[in-house]
Design a protein around this ligand. Structure first.
Ligand SMILES: CC(C)(COP(=O)(O)OP(=O)(O)OC[C@H]1O[C@@H](n2cnc3c(N)ncnc32)[C@H](O)[C@@H]1OP(=O)(O)O)[C@@H](O)C(=O)NCCC(=O)NCCS
Length: 163
């Protein structure tokens, strides 16, 4: 028998300069740190809080006029599967609409099967594949594997927002 965990209702707010950077969460979704720093300095960091602590985060960036991208999204390991990630996606979409964007985008690895389900369940559709994106990023270094699948390609997903 499977039991579904009760949904958490996080409070989502934009980080201020007083908040410490949630590195463990940022690194759970992406790496290396230098790459994260690049988009963190240009983008917006949003925190999901529950019981007074940050349990999730996302980084949003306007990559082109009218296009916002979720550059990074993660939820604390022990609290995954309770709706916090979906609440962050809902917030990202609402913010993009509020700002008059026509596209909300996200990218994930070809081996991230649960993440591919997570985004598509929310309404994202695959828009393209950046072949060998992670091979180039590894620059001859070791390639990662998830579920026995080599992480090579970036799957680009998007939601077209109504005008
Ligand atoms: C992907 C992630 C942000 C989703 O957040 P969440 O709070 O677990 O998401 P929700 O509870 O709203 O939705 C659950 C769905 O997320 C997906 N998911 C992906 N990784 C998961 C994980 N480790 N645990 C639970 N759900 C996960 C599944 O599709 C799951 O649905 P299921 O329970 O039917 O399998 C979160 O799991 C996470 O932080 N993963 C590690 C970081 C990461 O990979 N970020 C995305 C990079 S592209």
């Amino acid at each position: 028998m499977t039991s579904k965990k009760a949904a958490l209702r996080p409070r989502i707010r934009r980080a201020t300069p007083d908040d410490s950077t949630p590195w463990p969460l940022l690194l759970a979704a992406d790496g290396p740190r230098a790459e994260i720093r690049k988009y963190l300095s240009r983008g917006e960091l949003w925190l999901a809080e529950a019981a007074g602590r940050a349990v999730g985060q996302m980084v949003l960036l306007e990559t082109r006029i009218g296009t916002w991208e979720i550059m990074n999204i993660a939820v604390s390991d022990e609290l995954r599967g309770q709706g916090v990630g979906t609440a962050l996606l809902r917030k990202a979409k609402a913010l993009a609409v509020e700002r008059g964007a026509h596209l909300l985008e996200v990218g994930t690895g070809n081996s991230s099967l649960r993440e591919l389900a997570f985004y598509q369940r929310f309404g994202f559709r695959i828009a393209g594949v950046d072949r060998d994106f992670f091979v180039r990023r590894a620059a001859g270094g070791r390639l990662q594997k998830q579920d026995g699948i080599v992480l090579r390609d970036m799957v680009r997903l998007r939601i077209e927002l109504a005008d």
